[in-house]
Design a protein around this ligand. Structure first.
Ligand SMILES: NC(=O)c1ccc[n+]([C@@H]2O[C@H](COP(=O)([O-])OP(=O)(O)OC[C@H]3O[C@@H](n4cnc5c(N)ncnc54)[C@H](O)[C@@H]3O)[C@@H](O)[C@H]2O)c1
Length: 210
């Protein structure tokens, strides 16, 4: 996915969150200007993003909120169930496993894997299995998404197993950029970098240098 499309999908996600808020406030219709104000962009950008993703609606009379949310849910595949495997049951892995949204929504963690024999539990609500079963599990269950929450040193090895077994999208929490020449999308979540970024902007704002 190129950067333009990636930025656009991030904005669509923001529009969707804004729409949910506006719906909660009683809005039945919205204009592109409402969404632009709520997400810090311009009306022209909202309309451009909608056109790129084929989101239809009556521009002059306003867009129906429920209908927009429905169209965006389709873009994010909310009406299908997307199976996810998670590797590394440490602090972050456990937090993600117990996250309610992954239990009832369309994105569902179906199995977790670890190398530590003390952490395995085949009978848990989400089974925790040994790493050597990762490849066959992905293939047999046709899983397309993976989450990596192992230490940095182990992340590339885990990623290679996932990729070779057919995973197409990876959310990586380990602090390194995974190497891939294949058709796999990797989203790196680097919490330290994000915080550093925030610190910079707060400092810059205080000194009024941006
Ligand atoms: N904890 C944080 O606040 C935090 C913040 C930012 C980034 N991270 C990064 O996220 C990742 C996970 O962090 P954490 O705190 O949950 O780590 P953790 O040490 O608590 O857990 C890591 C887990 O991975 C397992 N593991 C190790 N090698 C493995 C392998 N080859 N295959 C399968 N499982 C393996 C371990 O047994 C352990 O259960 C790390 O890369 C860390 O740098 C963590």
């Amino acid at each position: 996915m190129d950067t333009t499309n990636k930025n656009c999908i991030v904005r669509i996600s923001r529009y969707k969150n804004a729409l949910k808020r506006l719906k909660g406030l009683g809005f039945v219709k919205v204009f592109s200007s409402n969404l632009a104000d709520a997400t810090g962009t311009t009306s022209a950008q909202v309309r451009k993003d909608f056109s790129l993703f084929g989101i239809a609606g009556n521009k002059r009379g306003g867009y129906n909120v429920d209908n927009l949310i429905d169209q965006m849910n389709r873009i994010f595949g909310k009406y299908d169930v997307h199976k996810v495997v998670l590797v590394g049951i440490g602090n972050i892995g456990r937090a993600l496993l117990s996250h309610k949204a992954f239990q009832r929504e369309s994105i569902r963690i179906v199995a977790a894997f670890d190398i530590d024999p003390n952490k395995l539990d085949e009978n848990a609500r989400i089974p925790i299995l040994p790493l050597d079963r990762l490849e066959s599990y992905i293939i047999e269950n046709e899983v397309k998404l993976g989450i990596i929450t192992v230490p940095a040193l182990a992340a590339q090895q885990v990623f290679t197993i996932m990729k070779d077994a057919g995973i197409k999208g990876v959310l990586n929490f380990a602090p390194l950029n995974l190497q891939t020449k294949d058709n796999v999308i990797v989203n790196n979540i680097n919490l330290e970098m994000e915080l550093e970024n925030l610190v910079y902007y707060i400092m810059a704002e205080e000194k009024k240098i941006i």
